[in-house]
Design a protein around this ligand. Structure first.
Ligand SMILES: Cc1cc2nc3c(=O)[nH]c(=O)nc-3n(C[C@H](O)[C@H](O)[C@H](O)COP(=O)(O)OP(=O)(O)OC[C@H]3O[C@@H](n4cnc5c(N)ncnc54)[C@H](O)[C@@H]3O)c2cc1C
Length: 454
């Protein structure tokens, strides 16, 4: 049986940062990932907005992930892909892991373990919706996977339930892909996504957001034909008289994320009822000595940069545990990220997740935390600009899409013309991140560049 100092479960940004950090601290590391490629959820997050803290850049998800994958590949770290960890057993001298892959069932041993298994989506089944169960009902992350990774069209007339960031981002993606996003319904009296996403994903495309309203019924034999929506009172009970039927063929639920805890629970790790992830100390060590956790499986982070930071801390701590130099610390309940409430009357900067509220008087900008905000505010008043993120088709069956973006914002009016050009391209060759796919698109001086590797 193979023996390691540290085993990391999960090859997303948290797992990659953990593995690199443990390795850099001088221990023998193995990373296990159930999918065929490293990168975790970032592979399907082809929009930009990643890396503002770690790189001071506005990167697309796969681009951010690739930076860590490149660093990971330079190190002498063992990596098992397409491999699923099914069980962990605590032994006197460490842990025995059971895993399965195309070679069958196998085991390995380690002294310390880092759980970096990410989070899972709450589904429509977990919210109270009556009626039929036809096809055409997706969770936002599943819809994102179909559209961005598999290049599928998922529906023509779409209703979105929940104003979480994934739902908002999918509202824009589906609009760019030619679907009509009819409405977004949010049961709370305020939106739950970031203000910048409400501005750039809904307002830019005139998609209505209905607060204190929810979907109460789904209709359809075979495929979704309509949904029933209802306003809710202060106790969130549906107000019968407000019932309305909306014809649509697709319902997307963006109703929250919860840490993926199956493995932690199998080790009887104490769970924090607030975050729904393992209760940890500042080193991200759980209630079981030698087991650490990082990223969204600890608590659902809003920014990937903080996910990477948690991985760096957990990775270093796990390697110190192996060397016998880690100090035991008190367990602490981490605070969940707080969110600004969106004010539709304010000019919200979309240049980074800070979402500064800007004011412009006589061409003087205030409220901005950085120079990018100043430029954004002036552009927004005179000539609004946006980045375009999408994918081009490929001829490769196992990788039907290659994510791309404009390397700088372009005139907002040109977005759909640029999308037409992007949709006409099919790639049949190896491509590196940053490679130019269309030069000086529509004479905007912006290039369309690849944001993932093919
Ligand atoms: C739709 C969406 C939009 C987002 N937008 C932004 C944004 O604009 N800016 C930003 O900064 N952040 C954004 N985020 C947040 C950021 O992407 C996530 O916080 C981050 O990717 C989480 O990283 P992770 O490594 O914890 O989890 P993941 O990326 O989910 O990785 C977990 C990995 O563990 C693997 N795994 C799980 N269980 C097992 C097992 N038993 N055996 C083997 N492998 C296993 C999974 O296959 C997966 O690859 C967004 C997130 C989502 C979902």
């Amino acid at each position: 049986m193979k023996n390691y100092d540290v085993v990391v479960i999960g090859g997303g940004p948290a797992g990659l940062a953990s593995a690199i950090s443990s390795f850099d601290n001088g221990v023998k590391v193995c990373l296990i990932e159930r999918e065929t490629r490293l990168g975790g959820i970032l592979k399907q997050c082809i929009h930009d907005g990643f890396g503002s803290i770690m790189f001071n850049e506005n990167l697309a998800g796969p681009e951010y992930g690739q930076r860590y994958i490149d660093e990971f590949n330079k190190d002498d770290i063992d990596c098992l892909l397409s491999t699923y960890v099914t069980n962990i057993k605590k032994e006197e001298d460490g842990f025995t892991l059971t895993y399965v892959n195309n070679k069958g069932l196998d085991y390995l041993k380690c002294k310390a373990l880092i759980l970096a298994t990410g989070c899972r989506e709450r589904t429509v089944k977990q919210v109270d919706i009556n009626g039929d169960r036809p096809s055409g009902v997706f969770s936002a992350g599943t819809a994102q996977n179909y559209v961005n990774i598999l290049g599928e069209k998922i529906g023509k007339n779409v209703v979105i339930l929940g104003s979480g960031d994934i739902g908002l981002i999918m509202a824009r993606r589906l609009t760019l892909e030619g679907s009509k996003v009819l409405d977004v319904y949010e049961v709370m009296n305020h939106p739950s996504g970031l203000p910048r996403n409400i501005r750039q994903c809904l307002f830019d495309y005139d998609i209505p957001l209905h607060l204190s309203t929810t979907v109460t019924k789904v209709f359809g034999k075979g495929r979704v034909e309509a949904v029933e929506v209802c306003k809710v009172d202060e106790q969130m009970h549906p107000i019968e008289e407000s019932k309305q039927i909306i014809e649509c063929d697709t319902l997307i639920a963006s109703v929250g994320l919860i840490p993926e805890n199956e493995l932690a629970e199998s080790l009887n790790i104490e769970i924090d009822p607030k975050t729904k992830g393992p209760l940890c100390d500042k080193n991200f060590e759980t209630s079981v000595q030698g087991v650490f956790c990082a990223g969204n499986c600890h608590h659902v982070y809003d920014l990937v940069d903080y996910v990477s930071k948690s991985g760096i801390t957990a990775g270093k701590a796990a390697s110190e545990y192996v060397k016998g130099t880690l100090k035991q610390e008190e367990k602490i309940s981490f605070n969940l990220p707080s969110k600004k409430i969106f004010d539709p009357n304010k000019l919200i900067c979309i240049m980074c997740p800070n979402g500064c509220e800007l004011e412009v008087k006589d061409n003087e900008v205030s409220g901005n935390k950085c120079e990018r905000g100043k430029k954004f505010a002036l552009d927004e008043l005179h000539n609004p600009k946006r980045s375009v993120c999408s994918y081009v088709k490929t001829t490769f069956k196992d990788r039907p899409t290659l994510s791309v973006r404009t390397n700088k914002p372009i005139d907002k009016k040109l977005i759909f013309d640029v999308m037409k050009l992007i949709n006409d391209i099919t790639i049949d060759r190896h491509v590196e991140v940053g490679e130019i796919i269309i030069e000086n698109v529509l004479n905007t001086e912006a290039n369309i560049i690849a944001t993932s590797k093919l």
